[in-house]
Write a protein that binds this ligand. Sequence first.
Ligand code: PMV
Length: 319
Amino acid sequence: MKKTARAHTNIALIKYWGKADAQLRLPLMSSLSMTLDAFYSETSISASEENEFFLNDEKQTDQSAQRVFSYLQYLQDRFGVSGKLKVESTNHVPTAAGLASSSSAFAALATAFCAFYDLDVNRRELSRLARIGSGSASRSIFGGFAIWQKGTDDESSFAYPLDETPSLDLSLLAVELNQNQKKLPSTKGMKDAQASPFFEPWIKRNDLELNEMIAAIKSNDFTKIGSLAELNANEMHAINLTAQPGFTYFEPDTIRAIKLIEELRSKGIECYYTIDAGPNLKILTQQKNIKEVKKIFLSEFNNVNIVKATFGPGVTVLD
Ligand code: PMV
């Protein structure tokens, strides 16, 4: 018997960037995201002679396999089930290039696991299980806009949907400036960032920014959503730059792309950006401006890959 689940990636408009508890992956702040239709992971689980992990048809034996196996062990212990498992995952996401593929990967894995063992878990519990695999995965259980409330323990730290089928005209253009694997994993980045003198003030702003974002979403205010997402992302990257020692995920092309967005805005083409733990920009814009934004980026950057996305669905079991 084989069980397969599909989960879409999400992009945080209010970022998670700091853990209160590394084991349980409890965050220091609540976050809010948009689930994306264009990027997803499909993961199958079946019984096997030994634990095996295949990613995009290739057997993995490195750290990523260890992470998957120890996560499965955790789930088996938690539910009192056993057996060796074969995990086959296909990522329709550029792995580790700043388009958090771990969000879709662990949401799909947690869901496939529960389907395989026929466990009766609701979506809130699924979100908590996905969180243990990767924090951002807690939000990929849901479609549209999701909020991960930080909570104070395993029970209370989960994501829930804000609006699973938004009617808002909002598109994301993922600009793949740099296809290299990121050198600094998010776990280390968010740990090191805590040494910034601006870390505490940023945490203190979390409630305010989250509530402003919720209000902007409820009133379909694209301008507010975009500018707030951009501010929040820049705060996260400012914290990285001011950590002791400072670091950044930006590459020279990241700055060029930021400048280009500013230029587009000054010409009346409304667009904003957000950036995760990598050099690539995700542009937030609206239907009427997609063509123009794409055209200008393609003419300014050689060989740049731009993929359009909008709201995607929550996790599903496929068979
Ligand atoms: O859950 P992780 O380890 O992939 O961390 C995600 C960190 C960011 O993508 C930068 C922010 C977020 O909230 O998704």
